[in-house]
Write a protein that binds this ligand. Structure first.
Ligand code: CP3
Length: 342
């Protein structure tokens, strides 16, 4: 464990804090006019690949909202491109080449992150310099299940038919793909930590589409391997699987320091289900940010009360929505700090 004075890092390790830390998934994004101004000049991928600009948009929500951590501005799919599948955004992600069989898995590369994604590590280095200790920097990766799903579907999907067809009917292809993606994610997260990331989050946005049994057999072992590979790094890890509270105990068993919770379960119940000693992150419904500030505060108070004073990082249950009024996001951050101050 690394000694730290950041309330975010302390909360990740379940230590006592002066107030509950908060950051917001997708906190750098289109709901901020300062972000839109930069996006008018450059497309999304160019923004991700230009360290000075990526660092600038990463810092915007620190200045504007007063959140307690900065999350690297990037996208979970850059590693898919680094492994050899060309990526476009239109506005959602589109992969023209997809994974269908063993030869297509074998054509994927195992990228050296510093060679194939130098801009990510450089953004982290710029951030550490520019933030100069104000707040810690969170690095991240997509989890193997979500990354492999994009590689198979070629984009977003409503029912994951192609992914589940491969898992159910061609498990040899699935597990060969997952092994390769897992190895790539481990190298990628280690490179981010080496560059200065002070915490890392694994985003499994689509993991909740699986039944508990299928999650246990086809996704969990790979995420577990990642947390075990990072366990000696000293930086806290957060595991966020979206969409399925029934699998939270399995998600917790992957071995991260913190478990992310979406809004589909009460956070107190989530803590009871996974064990009160495991720190949690969440879990306000992003749509609650469209309420007037006093009602946002009421909802924040319920979450803070249920989660308790230790081992809780406040966040939304998923990414902030582009039409969110920025004043309401500010009000949430202020309310969380006020309500939880010791
Ligand atoms: O949280 C942050 O502020 C850090 C930056 C970040 C982005 N994407 C920026 C982004 C992070 C951590 C992500 C992760 C990500 N990307 C996930 C996992 C989290 C989740 O939401 O479940 C996923 C599934 C993706 C893939 C992705 N990227 C999609 C589906 C889209 C389109 C979404 C949309 O609303 O249009 C993106 C684009 C994207 N990633 C944007 C941002 C700010 C919007 C880009 C723009 O047009 O400016």
């Amino acid at each position: 464990m690394v000694e730290s004075n950041y309330r975010f890092i302390k909360a990740c390790f379940g230590e006592e804090v002066d107030a509950t830390p908060i950051w917001i998934m997708r906190q750098a994004g289109r709901y901020l006019k300062e972000y839109r101004a930069i996006r008018k000049e450059v497309d999304f991928l160019t923004l991700c690949k230009t360290p000075e600009l990526a660092a600038e948009v990463t810092i915007q929500p620190i200045d504007i909202l007063g959140v307690d951590a900065a999350i690297l501005f990037s996208d979970i799919l850059l590693i898919v491109e680094a492994m050899g599948l060309p990526l476009q955004f239109n506005p959602g992600p589109v992969l023209e080449e997809t994974i269908t069989d063993i030869p297509s898995v074998d054509r994927l590369g195992l990228p050296d992150p510093e060679e194939t994604m130098p801009f990510v590590m450089e953004t982290i280095r710029v951030l550490r310099r520019e933030l100069d200790g104000r707040v810690p920097v969170i690095g991240f990766s997509g989890a193997p299940f979500t990354l492999a799903s994009y590689m198979i579907e070629g984009g977003s999907s409503s029912n994951f038919l192609k992914v589940k067809t491969l898992i159910f009917q061609h498990p040899d292809v699935w597990h060969r793909l997952m092994k390769k993606v897992t190895a790539a994610v481990i190298e990628y997260l280690k490179a981010q930590i080496e560059a200065g990331a002070q915490a890392v989050q694994l985003f499994d946005s689509w993991g909740g589409s699986l039944s508990p049994k299928d999650y246990r057999e086809n996704a969990l072992p790979y995420s577990k391997e990642i947390f075990s590979a990072l366990s000696g790094s000293g930086v806290p890890s957060i595991h966020f699987v979206q969409g399925n509270p029934a699998i939270l105990p399995l998600v917790a068993s992957a071995g991260s320091d913190v478990v992310g919770v979406d809004w589909r379960i009460e956070i107190g119940k989530a803590r009871d289900n996974i064990g009160r000693d495991i720190p949690v992150q969440g879990n306000l419904d992003p749509c609650a940010l469209f309420l007037p500030p006093e009602r946002i505060e009421e909802r924040a108070a319920e979450i803070i009360e249920q989660a308790g004073p230790r081992g809780h990082i406040f966040n939304l249950g998923h990414g902030i929505l582009p039409p969110t009024p920025v004043e309401n996001a500010k009000a949430l951050v202020a309310a969380v700090h006020k309500l939880s101050s010791k």
